[in-house]
Design a binder for this molecule. Structure first.
Ligand code: 5GP
Length: 128
């Protein structure tokens, strides 16, 4: 079972920003930038291009809605999207508020307090 499935089942906590029957979006715990969000299908699948075309399209549609909420909440030049990384074998779309190219490079990280994570998740979910 992936760490994201444990988040989906509530076994481990997350700062949730949006959810529907098939997808969940929560703040990345080690964010590149404030507002870095992961969008994850509830059905555990390793690789994005192993999703059915329908599931892939629905994931993109849900990610679009989450990106709009992030953009409303956090001033940034644009919201970047990336499907990258080998750490967690469960499909996840990174949505990252971008102000500089480093924000999408997965090197520079920002530290947020628990209260900041809680407030941010609430603000984004209000705009969803
Ligand atoms: P990737 O597979 O894209 O390389 O990395 C997985 C991403 O998930 C990383 O950005 C990492 O910070 C994030 N991540 C890993 N474990 C957790 C977790 O337990 N909770 C949350 N919210 N994010 C996580």
């Amino acid at each position: 079972m992936s760490i994201f499935t444990k988040i989906i089942t509530g076994e481990i906590p997350s700062y949730k920003v949006a959810e529907n029957a098939d997808f969940i979006a929560f703040l990345d715990i080690n964010p590149n930038a404030k507002g870095h969000t992961l969008v994850v299908p509830k059905k555990e699948e390793n690789k994005i291009f192993d999703l059915s075309k329908e599931a892939y399209t629905s994931l993109m549609d849900f990610s679009y809605q989450v990106a709009k909420a992030i953009e409303k909440t956090l001033p940034c030049k644009r919201v970047g999207m990336s499907v990258i990384g080998l750490e967690v074998p469960h499909v996840h779309v990174h949505l990252i508020p971008l102000n500089a190219m480093e924000d999408i490079q997965f090197m520079k990280k920002v530290t947020l307090s628990k209260d900041e994570f809680v407030d941010l998740a609430e603000e984004i979910s209000k705009n969803f």
